[in-house]
Design a protein around this ligand. Structure first.
Ligand SMILES: [Zn+2]
Length: 266
């Protein structure tokens, strides 16, 4: 559920609170969250948090030795001094009365300890272009190697990292291209529009604090505002803000997809 703008806000919140702190205690409550790593506590305890970065939808906590790679998946939350309850699976104590906790109702998220080289390997093989940093040439080369519905390829984390269901629909609406439009038929003007809307919509959503659909909050417990600016996501059957037609829906890559049948081409 959290996509790039939400994860970026989690990272920004963490930077305010946990940078340069020492992990003085580790409490693992659910082993599946750390993939059953028996040495996790030993590897993490006593380390200093040197930096917090985002790559696609991943959070990377850089320690003085190695890294924590965190994927929130559906319902994961990293909370600074958050409530501890039955959905809390990991607690990193930063002092006697401050902690970072990982909470996850569905338990699909993962927190892995990786060495620098393991991390580089992981990111190089699994994570595609960084949308806010990619050039137009990188984007068009990578996407034009793909075929089939453009939305499916925007969701492919190995192509571009960080775009999920909400932002794919919003980007394609803003670009005037239907989500089911075949990637191989996109003309240069479509590509340019999609490229520019990826950058601008993600940037605006980051500044709005991300989208809170069910219960997303950043690490300080703050919800996002961008859901108030969605033009298609969650608006099936409502009037298109551009042409007033009734918005339609379909399924692409197993995901509910909302679009305008009249003012998006294809
Ligand atoms: Zn329309």
């Amino acid at each position: 559920m959290p996509e790039l703008p939400e994860v970026e806000n989690v990272v920004r919140g963490l930077k305010k609170n946990i940078l340069n702190k020492k992990i003085c205690g580790v409490e693992v409550l659910t082993e599946s969250i750390i993939n059953g790593d028996q040495n996790f506590t030993q590897k993490v305890q006593g380390q200093i948090i040197e930096d917090i970065q985002r790559r696609g939808k991943y959070i990377i906590i850089k320690l003085n030795q190695g890294n924590l790679l965190i994927h929130l998946r559906m319902t994961g939350k990293l909370l600074y001094n958050g409530d501890k309850d039955k959905h809390t699976h990991l607690i990193l104590y930063l002092s006697q009365d401050t902690w970072l906790s990982y909470k996850d109702v569905r338990k699909f998220g993962r927190i892995l300890y990786l060495s620098d080289s393991q991390l580089q390997n992981y990111l190089a093989t699994k994570v595609g272009l960084e949308p806010l940093e990619m050039s137009f040439e990188e984007f068009s080369q990578r996407i034009m190697k793909k075929k089939g519905p453009i939305k499916k390829n925007l969701l492919d984390q190995g192509v571009i990292a960080g775009i999920g269901n909400i932002y794919a629909d919003e980007i394609l609406f803003a670009s005037g291209v239907k989500p089911q439009y075949p990637t191989e038929k996109l003309d240069p003007a479509d590509l340019k529009a999609i490229y520019e809307n990826i950058k601008s919509i993600l940037a605006i959503a980051i500044e709005a604090g991300g989208s809170t659909i069910r219960d997303y909050v950043d690490s300080t417990g703050k919800a996002g505002d961008f859901q108030n600016f969605h033009k298609v996501y969650g608006r099936f059957g409502q009037a298109c803000v551009r042409c007033n037609s009734s918005l339609d829906k379909t399924k692409i890559a197993g995901r509910t997809t909302v679009f305008c049948p009249d003012c998006q081409k294809g």
